[in-house]
Design a protein around this ligand. Sequence first.
Ligand code: HEM
Length: 475
Amino acid sequence: MQLPLGPQTPAAIQLIRWIFSPMSFMDECVRRYGDIFTLNLGKNNQNLVFVSNPQALQQILTQDTRADFHAPGELNVLFKSLLGDNSVICLSGAQHQRQRQLMMPPFHGDRMRTYSHVITQITAETLAEVQIGQTFDVRTTTQTITLRVIMQAVFGLNRGERAEQLARLLSELLELGSSPLSVAMLYLPILQQEFGGIGPWAIQMRCQQAVDALIYAEIQERRSQPDFTRTDILSLLMAAQDEVGESMTDVELRDELMTMLVAGHETTATALAWALYWLHKLPAVRAKLVAELDRLGPDPDVTAVMKSPYLDAVCNETLRIYPVGMLTFPRVTTKAVNLAGRELPPNTIVLGSIYLTHHREDLYPQPNQFRPERFLDRHFSPFEFFPFGGGARRCIGSAFALLEMKLALAQILSQWELELVDQRDVHAKRRGLVTAPERSIQLRVKSQRSKVESNPNSIDRIAEDSQLTASEVAL
Ligand code: HEM
C-alpha cells in the first residue's frame, strides 16, 4: 500500500522547511501533489499525511472516535514538556473523554457568558492605559487582555501579586518558546541540553519551574482555605471526582491549568491582533462594522453583539485567512482506510491542514484577500471552515474565544478611533507551535469616541445579575 505522494527530499530538509516556513512549504506541496500529500519530518522516520480535502476531512473528523481513526494524545509529545503528561491534549481514549467533560462546562452556555463583563472591563482598562496620540503594539496589548481574562476564568483572579507574577512569567515563557530554535528543540529532543544552566533549554525550564511554583502555591492555598462559593475552573476541577470517588491530584490540576492558560490566551490574542490589523488596514471593512455596532446603540447587550452578522463575518474571515492553529492534532488510522480514494495502511498519521483548506480557491476565491462578505454570501461546512478543528479533539475554548474576540472588538471599535502606523502588508509566520504576524503591528490612538449613557440590558448589567462572585470580578 503506497502513501499519497510528497516531497522526496531528505527528512532533515523537510523538517527545516517545516520549522522555518511551514505555510509556504504546505502551499508548495499542495500545488505539486494535491490536497492529500505525505511529508516525512524525520521523527522515527514517521510519515505524516496532510489533508485539505473537505470530503476526506469529514471522514477523519466524524470517525475519530470510531472504527477508522483515533485521536491519540501520546502523539502530542511536542506539548508535553510545557503542559505535562496529564494535560487533556496529551491524554487518550476514556481518560481524554473524562477530562474534556470536566473542563467543558465553564466554557459553554450561561456560565461562560458571565465572563462578558470581565472581557469588556479588562479590554476598556487595558486600552485606557494608552494616551491619545500614543502608539501601541497590538499583539502585546491583546495578549494582556486575553491573559487577564483567562486568568479570571481559570483562577478567578487577574489582579494581586501572584496573578501579576504569573502573568509576567507566562508571557516570558511563551516568548522563549516562540523562536524557531525552541521549536527545533521540541522536534529534536537531543537539543534539550542544559549547557551548564545557560543554554536556551535551561532558561526555558527555569522559567517553567517558576510558573509551576506559583500554580502549586495557588492550589495549596485553595486546599487549605476551601471556599465553596467560588465558581472558577480551578474550584470546579478541585471539586470534581471520578467514578471511584477520586479527586484530581495537584500534578493533574497543574497540567490542566497550564493547558488552559497556554491554549486559552495566546491563540485568542493573536486572532484579536489580526482582526484589528485587517480592520485598520481596510477602512471600508472597519466603517461597515462600526456602522453595524453603532446601530446596536450605546452599551449593547451581549446577545445583540454576538448575533451581529458582519462582526461574525469579520471574526470568521480573520480565523480563515491566517488560522492561528495551522493543523489539527494528529489522528491515526486504526486499520487500512480508503481516504477519499487513497488507500492508507493501518497506523498512518493524518493531520487536517486548516491553513490549506482555508486557502482553497474553489471554496474561497482569491483566498489571500480579506473579504468578510464571503461568510455572508454562503455557508461553509465544518470541513471547509474549521479554525477550531473538529471531532474528538475540537477546541474546548472555541465559544469562549469567539465571545472574547467579539466583545473586545465591539468595545475597542465603539470607544476608540485607531489608525495603523505602518500601512505595509503584514503576513503570518510560525510562532512556536502556532502562527502570528511576522512583525510588530503598531496602532496609534487618534481619539476617543463619545460614550453614551448606560443601557439596562448592557454587558455590565448582565455581569451584575450573573453569579460571578466578588472575588471573580475584582481581585
Ligand atoms: C482563537 C482562539 C483559538 C483557536 C484558533 C484554537 C484552535 C484550536 C485547534 C485547531 C485545536 C485542535 C483541534 C483538533 O485537533 O481537532 C484546539 C484544541 C484545544 N483548544 Fe483551542 N483554540 C483557541 C482558543 C482556545 C481557548 C480560549 C481555550 C481555553 C481553554 C482552548 C483550549 C483548547 C484545548 C484544551 C484543546 C485540546 C482539546 C483536546 O485535546 O481534546 N483553545 N484549539
